[in-house]
Design a protein around this ligand. Structure first.
Ligand code: HEC
Length: 168
């Protein structure tokens, strides 16, 4: 088991707080009172790292989606970034199930138990999203606006299809 020192925990909490300020997911971290000595050592730091990682990946995905929407739908003048957003989304979403290994349920996670009890359905939703993201990446290479908008909207629907069944 890894033992963290108080100073590194505080620095990590402040860092995460700064990162997520405005997103709301962990914005309350800064307001928490200093942890007591018993709380310095997490009972399961490795699972916590997995949760932090996959939530961070999901927020990154969300950021690329928002930036893409602003360019594609609202005319933000950053067309030259569309391919980068498309290929990054495709890379981040290529293997969602790998972000959710067996045994990585955690009280700070919104992952539902069905991810593991109904793993086939979870994987099939993840595959739909990976395909939709690859299609968006291909469309951004082609550069046709209506093809990009169609691919973007299909990718957006695929996020909700998984969250509905597998996220609290
Ligand atoms: C195959 C299932 C699946 C797909 C597809 C999926 N997600 Fe998620 N997403 C989850 C699960 C499960 C969680 C909860 C993770 C946790 O809290 O451990 C989550 C969490 C999130 C979060 C919250 C992160 C946080 O800070 O807690 C965001 C934002 C998000 N997803 C955005 C997206 C977007 C945008 C897409 C589509 C481009 C997407 N997700 C596709 C399953 C999925």
């Amino acid at each position: 088991m890894r033992v963290r020192t108080p100073a590194s925990i505080l620095a990590a909490a402040l860092f995460v707080g700064v990162l997520t300020a405005g997103i709301g997911a962990a914005g309350s971290l800064n307001a928490d009172p200093a942890p007591t000595t018993a709380e310095w050592v997490s009972p399961d730091p490795d699972t916590e790292a997995l949760v932090d990682h996959r939530q961070g990946v999901m927020r990154a995905v969300s950021g690329h989606m928002a930036a893409t929407a602003a360019i594609l739908l609202d005319g933000a003048p950053f067309e030259e970034n569309l391919q980068m957003h498309g290929s990054t989304l495709s890379a981040l979403l290529a293997d969602i199930p790998a972000l959710f290994p067996e045994g990585s349920a955690h009280e700070e996670s919104d992952a539902r138990a069905e991810i593991w009890s109904d793993a086939d359905t979870f994987r099939s939703k993840a595959d739909d999203t990976a395909e939709a993201a690859a299609a968006l990446a291909a469309a951004t290479e082609g550069g046709d606006p209506s093809a990009m908008i169609q691919a973007f909207s299909a990718l957006g629907s695929s996020c909700g299809a998984c969250h509905e069944d597998f996220r609290n």
